[in-house]
Design a protein around this ligand. Structure first.
Ligand code: DAH
Length: 330
């Protein structure tokens, strides 16, 4: 009996304890052998004998459970020690993540302008007609609204089709001078090689006293910006139309694929269109209650920049989440 208790206490592992459990409590174990002696015990002593045995069995069981719990805890401890991971360890050959090319391009654009003292503004993606169209000199039924295939909600709100509404929101909550960029997601009903329903734009707006802001300032800053983004390219400002600017221009860079001699990417023109810009239309200032100021504005598509910088052929591949695309940008 003593012997059995000792055996339990001295078991060094769960495995050896299990062997001892079978030896003591098993069908052919020591307790079973003791119980078997019952049949030879004379009648009057049977009860006391059985009671004694049951007490012993209970004691042994309790002892066994205690030892089992101890060993289990010890083994868990040593397993945790053995499997511990030092998350602060330097892993020289570890796999590194990468910035998505759109995010990377966005960062580069934002860095350029913040270095020139532009502040970063944002606005809601669910817009109303006033901020997305009306205040930008796009009255209802204006044909230029068709340029942007809009997602509408049933309550008349919409997903903003460009970042230009942030111009309006900023001017309505602040006094000039204004010098901002507004990066963000925009939405249009479009899907093909060069269009996705969601994409990103960066808007720019500078407003100050009349004598301080001119088309010449706009031309200088965009020329410098595009050289910073695309290197030694030729740049041309081509007259265009936007409802919110007058005069307006679209800006082209000489094709970075063929150097301007004409190829498939630039449709044999030698030029790639990269942004829209202009001098803020007086109707826009009127809508936000600004007087005696002038301003310039510009807007660009970030995906287009990313595709040109990284030579990505299909815009849709930027949004498919295929790890193989990202791995190329590590
Ligand atoms: N909002 C225009 C678009 O989505 C881009 C744009 C053009 C923005 C000219 C401007 C601008 O601020 O002056 O196509």
């Amino acid at each position: 009996m003593e012997n059995m208790e000792k055996k339990i206490d001295e078991a060094g592992t769960l495995e050896s304890l299990e062997k001892i459990r079978v030896e003591i409590f098993g069908k052919k174990g020591m307790l079973a052998a003791e119980f078997a002696k019952m049949k030879d015990i004379p009648g009057p002593e049977k009860k006391a004998f059985a009671e004694g045995l049951n007490r012993l069995k209970a004691q042994l069981l309790e002892r066994f459970e205690r030892r089992h719990a101890q060993l289990e805890a010890e083994e868990m401890q040593s397993r945790m020690r053995a499997e511990a991971v030092d998350v602060s360890l330097y892993a020289p050959n570890g796999v590194k993540g990468a910035l998505h090319p759109v995010k990377d391009t966005m960062d580069r654009i934002v860095d350029y302008f913040t270095a020139l003292n532009f502040s970063v503004e944002s606005g809601p993606m669910v817009e109303d007609d006033f901020h997305n169209f009306e205040a930008l000199n796009l009255p209802k039924n204006h044909p230029a609204r068709d340029m942007q295939d809009t997602f509408y909600f049933s309550d008349g709100t919409l997903l903003r089709t460009h970042t230009s509404p942030v111009q309006i929101r900023t001017m309505m909550k602040r006094k000039p001078p204004i010098r901002i960029i507004a990066p963000g997601s925009v939405f249009r009903r479009d899907y093909d090689l060069t269009h996705t329903p969601m994409f990103h734009q960066v808007e720019g707006l500078v407003v100050d006293e009349k004598a301080k802001v001119s088309f010449a300032n706009l031309k200088w800053i965009l020329t410098d910006f595009l050289h910073e983004m695309f290197g030694e390219v030729d740049i041309r400002f081509r007259p265009s139309f936007f409802p919110f600017t007058e005069p307006s221009a679209e800006v082209d860079i000489s094709c970075i694929f063929c150097g301007g001699s004409g190829c498939r990417v630039c449709s044999r023109t030698g030029w790639l269109e990269v942004l829209g810009c202009g001098v803020v239309d007086p109707n826009v200032f009127e809508a936000v209650g600004y007087e005696d100021v002038s301003g310039y504005a510009f807007g660009l598509g970030v995906e287009r920049f990313a595709m040109l910088i990284h030579h990505i052929a299909d815009l849709r591949s930027l949004f498919e989440g295929d790890i193989r695309l990202l791995e190329q940008f590590r």
